[in-house]
Ligand binder design. Structure first.
Ligand code: COA
Length: 180
């Protein structure tokens, strides 16, 4: 199991099937907040759904298409961060993230992104990392801004949220510009 230390208290651990009950409890505890910008939340209604997600991400990791990590703080699972849409010829991938409501606003996701991006550039030899978020999701947008990403554009009506098309902001970081 892949583990990436973030700091003294935060650890990223690749999600395993035995994490499904804790993951499902976490989603349930912040369902109202998470569903605002994450459309899959409404379809994750049983522990079995969380298990299937973890198994899918394990298969994708085997195929080097994605890697999903749980974010553990002081030994407690509190969110998920992943690398997906891994394009090998281009050496590029996207990062996605969410964290339970009670742990938001403490810099945990920003710190976790920093560790994962460092790993992606140094160990996976990626050349570029992208973060995409719904235009209205300013809180999510603050993370790539704080990490020095460049805004690359807006993809109009490129996602559907609760029956409505929404615009997506694309932010990018090149390995040559990564300062951490
Ligand atoms: C977006 C999310 C991942 C942020 O995680 P987090 O751990 O709370 O983020 P951090 O604490 O590392 O950083 C958040 C930054 O946003 C800023 N912020 C907080 N609320 C904000 C708001 N309403 N508008 C703009 N910025 C905001 C904070 O000031 C903080 O910056 P600071 O460290 O300079 O104070 C988390 O809120 C979340 O899981 N949201 C629901 C799911 C989601 O939207 N996922 C992203 C999909 S792209």
């Amino acid at each position: 199991m892949l583990e990436l230390p973030v700091n003294d208290t935060i650890l990223l651990k690749q999600l395993q099937p035995e994490h499904a009950p804790a993951l499902f409890m976490l989603i349930n505890s912040s369902r109202k907040l998470l569903r605002k910008y994450l459309p899959w939340v409404d379809y994750n209604t049983t522990e079995e759904h969380s298990l299937r997600f973890i198994e899918l991400m394990q298969r994708k990791a085997d195929e080097q298409d994605a890697i999903a990590f749980g974010i553990w703080q002081d030994g407690q699972l509190c969110g998920v961060i992943d690398l997906h849409d891994w394009d090998h010829p281009l050496q590029k991938a996207e990062i996605g993230y969410w964290i339970v409501e009670a742990k938001q606003g403490k810099g945990i996701v920003t710190q976790s992104c920093k560790a994962l991006i460092g790993y992606a550039f140094a160990a996976l030899r990626l050349n570029k990392v992208e973060i995409r978020f719904v235009l209205q999701n300013e809180k999510s947008g603050q993370i790539p801004i704080k990490l020095g990403f460049s805004k690359e554009g807006i993809l109009r009506q490129s996602a559907k949220l609760h029956g409505h098309y929404v615009d997506m902001v694309v932010m990018g970081m090149l390995r040559q510009d990564w300062k951490y």
